[in-house]
Design a protein around this ligand. Structure first.
Ligand code: C2E
Ligand code: MG
Ligand code: MG
Length: 907
């Protein structure tokens, strides 16, 4: 309502009140006046009129008192009548003025007396004409007059009494009216005053409030609210003031926000500088995280700053550092890298995955980060920003900034935070690089002391540890043992199954060796298939033997190498400290010598070092050194052992057998140096030479006019695996012009069994050239007749070990018979090796063996002796069956190798 209306409303109420009061007062005053008028008009005038009537009466009485005997004059009657009328009028007036019962009764009384008296008097004064009248006696008249006087006296008295009463009443009424007037006046005044005050209050309160607000607004305080509940002009004014206030407040807020933002930016810049400094100072990642957190909190006053980093193999980030008032809560924070977890769906998880900043300027309004609401509520967080830490463009962690204000993270601010994150990322990359360098250095160091493949210590490391153990053993009078371990067939496996399988085998062997000894013992790999073990604190030598045998057993168990079931054995040589050497080198050398002995004596066994075997090993070293030059120095030569055709008794062919004419040791048999040549790889070149020499010899014999002869050449496993074997054969055949049909390549079962597919392919290729193939030492390897069917084999050579006990050994007999039968069934030529006795010869001949090779007929002989033999056979004797031949030498020394050149004996 308009204030004017209100004002006029209030004013009219006051006026109405005043009017009412005035009216009432006037009424009271007038009623008091009426009382006064009444007093004079009524009772008092009544008294006067009553008194006047009384006076007129007395005058009338006086008038009526004539002298004695005198008749009252006529005028008297008239006067009397006038006086009577006067009395009556006065009484009438009294009647009109005073209308109380008493007065009325007294009036009636007085009037009745007056009438009674006046009638009597008037009879006298005016006697009636025409009739007789009784003139009342004077006495009666007097009495009547007195009664009238008395009645009028009474009336006067009653009227006077009434008048007095009336006056008292009137005065009391007047007093009461005055009191009422006063009360009302005071009431009206109070009401007016109250109204005025209320009005004034209602007007002034908002004005004052507005004034206060205005004063505060003037001083920049916008916190006071203007309570507007009015619709009048004042309300509108206040509304405008409120609007003005809120506009000013908004502006002031904006200014404040801008100021805070500017200040924050300034602080953040300082924090950025501080973090740069922190990055420079930090020596470790943890330090870096801690310094950066502290610097950022000190600068930008966040609720908290958290650095969480990715952990390898974990889907949750590790809280690396936290600072700020909310740090306590943040320490328990869980952040997942995957959005499969609720903890991965907050700002940090998103920033980590997206590799870009993720901001929420009103955290609690953000539904996405609901999982974190509880935590942020506890810390009073309102907004947050997560920035990824990148290392080589991969997410390495997250920086999480939380603020107690909404809208903290303005674009400019986020830009600074990004710079901060970039700085930290850069520092992290620095650490990564340092780590990588350190790792590389460590790796180099490690590789310097460890074997890369098996992770076992290497030779250098082993030597160090051995030295240390020897010192300890010396100090405490203990013993220790060095076990030199060499795998027996490793090279074949490596060459046939490939290096990956070879590596897998070495790793497995390393594992088995490691698990076969105590933790305090040392297992090292020296290289290739050589391992060495140091057993500490040995009390009994038997203890070492047991461990070594257990190791052999564990190595011997078959293993699966890429689908191939493989077995490998090892040979172990053992040297004891202090007995077998007082320094590392001697101990190692002696263990190696013992190992070599174990190998020589059948492999898959252990040998303890002794001074006797030392001598042998010296030979080995000498041999190894000498063998490298044997070819160049023409120390190798071939001897040829004839094979006799059982049916014709003639030489069907010869087998080329290698000899080394050692300058110091004399003529060495192949078993002394071929394993060495295998190990060192020299066999490939030697084998090529053998093939070439044998073929050349064969052609030479024919050129000499001797009959064509089959030439068997042994091929070693290593040669068989050599990719150039086929080419070598072709080259040799081409170079010598030898008929391929005369060439027979001898291989062993084990060579073809290792990689059947390759063997079939290679053998097919060899056979396709017309070259024939023989399985040497048949029965000693992995014999599988059914598999043999797949190979393009022409000949089987029964191993000497089955021939030796013939014909007495029942088992050997059965084996020999079975081999011959099966070979025949496959259409193969059967050759028996190592035939030394007539009985053996007889048995084999009876059992339909095709060819016979052995000392019984001839030892391996130099080429010229063979030529002689051939010539003899050609010219003199058609058959070389024992009973016919007299050129067989040394048939008595069965089974023994004659180290002197056979040719010497032939001569
Ligand atoms: P092998 O191929 O089984 O050759 C037969 C071996 O038995 C020869 O030994 C031969 O002298 C011997 N021998 C023949 N008849 C008798 C006998 O009646 N009694 C006894 N006790 N022994 C007899 P050698 O020449 O010492 O050769 C041994 C092995 O060396 C050969 O066994 C062969 O495996 C290997 N070998 C020889 N020459 C070469 C070669 O040029 N290359 C390769 N890779 N290995 C060769
Ligand atoms: Mg042979
Ligand atoms: Mg043989």
């Amino acid at each position: 309502m308009s204030i004017l209306y209100k004002f006029f409303g209030a004013f009219s109420i006051v006026v109405a009140l005043a009017c009412g009061l005035a009216f009432y007062g006037i009424r009271s005053i007038s009623s008091t006046g009426d009382l006064v008028v009444d007093l004079y008009d009524g009772p008092l005038m009544g008294i006067n009129y009553a008194r006047s009537a009384h006076a007129a009466l007395n005058e009338a009485r006086l008038l009526l008192q004539p002298g004695p005997g005198e008749a009252p004059p006529k005028e008297t009657a008239e006067k009397f009548e006038k006086l009577l009328a006067n009395i009556t009028d006065n009484l009438q007036i009294v009647r009109e003025r005073v209308k109380t019962k008493d007065v009325t009764v007294a009036l009636e009384q007085a009037e009745s007396r007056l009438r009674d008296w006046s009638n009597a008097e008037l009879q006298i004064l005016k006697p009636p004409t025409g009739g007789l009248t009784t003139i009342p006696a004077p006495f009666a008249i007097t009495r009547k007059s007195e009664a009238t006087v008395a009645a009028l006296d009474d009336l006067v008295e009653i009227v006077a009494a009434y008048g007095f009463d009336y006056r008292m009443q009137a005065e009391a009424k007047a007093t009461a009216a005055r009191a009422t007037m006063l009360t009302l006046a005071i009431g009206a005044a109070l009401a007016g005053l109250t109204l005025a005050i209320a009005f004034a209050y209602s007007m002034s309160k908002p004005i004052f409030a507005a004034m206060r607000v205005a004063e505060r607004v003037a001083t920049g305080n916008f916190t006071d609210k203007i309570d507007i509940r009015r619709r009048d002009e004042l309300g509108r004014l206040l509304n405008s003031l409120a609007a003005m206030q809120s506009t000013l407040k908004a502006r002031a807020d904006e200014d404040e926000a801008a100021r805070i933002s500017k200040e924050r930016l300034t602080r953040m810049l300082a924090a950025l500088n501080a973090t740069n400094e922190a990055i420079m100072r930090a020596k470790t990642r943890e330090q870096l995280f801690e310094f950066v957190c502290k610097a950022a909190i000190a600068g930008a006053r966040f609720t908290s700053m958290t650095i969480a980093v990715a952990e390898p193999g974990s889907e949750f980030l590790r809280i690396a550092a936290v600072a700020g008032p909310g740090a306590k809560v943040q320490k328990g924070l869980r952040i997942a890298t995957s959005d499969a977890y609720p903890e991965g769906r907050g700002l940090s998880g998103i920033a980590f995955r997206a590799k870009r900043p993720c901001i929420s300027n009103d955290y609690l309004a953000d539904v996405q980060s609901q999982a974190f609401h509880e935590a942020v509520r506890r810390t009073g967080t309102k907004s947050g920003a997560a920035l990824p830490l990148l290392s080589q463009n991969n997410a390495a962690g997250v920086l999480l900034f939380l603020s107690a204000e909404i809208g903290t993270f303005t674009p400019e601010f986020v830009e600074l935070l990004q710079r901060l994150a970039a700085n930290v990322s850069f520092a992290l990359e620095g650490f990564d690089r340092a780590d990588e360098k350190e790792k590389a250095e460590e790796r180099i160091k490690y590789l310097a002391t460890h074997d890369n493949l098996t992770d076992l210590p290497n030779r250098a490391m082993f030597n160090q540890l051995l030295g240390f153990s020897m010192q300890e053993a010396r100090r405490y009078d203990r013993r220790c043992a060095v076990l030199f371990i060499d795998l027996d067939r490793f090279k074949i496996i490596n060459d046939t199954l490939g290096h990956a399988a070879g590596d897998a085998l070495l790793i497995e062997v390393a594992r088995r060796l490691r698990s076969g000894v105590r933790k305090s013992d040392v297992v090292a790999r020296l290289g290739g298939d050589e391992f060495v073990i140091l057993l500490n604190e040995i009390t009994e030598i038997q203890q070492v033997a047991t461990i070594a045998r257990n190791l052999l057993a564990s190595v011997d168990k078959t293993m699966d190498l890429g689908g191939h079931e493989c077995g490998v054995t090892a040979s172990i040589g053992i040297a004891m400290f202090p007995e077998d050497g007082d320094n590392e080198q001697t101990l190692m050398k002696n263990a190696d010598i013992a190992m070599y002995l174990a190998k020589q004596e059948g492999k898959n066994d252990i040998r303890f070092f002794s001074t006797e075997i030392a001598t042998q090993s010296v030979d080995r070293l000498m041999l190894e050194a000498g063998l490298r030059h044997a070819l160049d120095r023409n120390q190798l030569c071939l001897h040829y052992q004839p094979k006799l055709d059982v049916v014709t008794g003639r030489i069907a062919g010869v087998e080329a057998l290698l000899r080394w004419n050692h300058p110091e040791l004399g003529m060495l048999p192949p078993m002394r140096f071929i394993p060495l040549a295998e190990e060192t790889g020299l066999i490939v070149a030697i084998g090529r030479w053998v093939l070439k020499t044998a073929c050349a010899q064969n052609v030479a014999w024919q050129r000499e006019g001797l009959p064509p002869l089959s030439m068997a050449v042994n091929v070693s496993p290593r040669q068989f695996l050599d990719e150039n074997l086929l080419r070598d054969i072709d080259d040799v055949l081409a170079a010598t012009g030898m008929n391929p049909n005369l060439l027979q390549i001898e291989i062993t079962e084990s060579m073809v069994m290792l990689n059947v597919d390759r063997a079939i392919q290679l053998l097919d290729s060899i056979q396709s050239r017309g070259v024939r193939l023989a399985i040497d030492d048949f029965g000693t390897g992995y014999s599988s007749m059914s598999l043999l069917k797949q190979f393009p084999i022409d000949t089987i050579k029964i191993d000497r070990s089955f021939v030796r006990d013939l014909p007495h050994g029942s088992e050997d007999k059965a084996i020999a018979q079975a081999i011959i039968a099966m070979g025949k069934a496959l259409g193969l030529t059967i050759v028996a090796e190592g035939v030394e006795t007539m009985e053996q010869n007889a048995f084999l001949t009876q059992n339909a063996c095709d060819e016979i090779q052995g000392f019984l007929f001839s030892k391996p002989l130099p080429s010229e002796n063979i030529a002689e033999l051939l010539r003899l056979q050609h010219v003199d004797a058609p058959s070389l069956q024992p009973e016919l031949s007299n050129i067989i030498l040394d048939s008595g020394k069965q089974g023994h190798w004659i180290s002197e050149p056979v040719s010497a004996r032939v001569e």
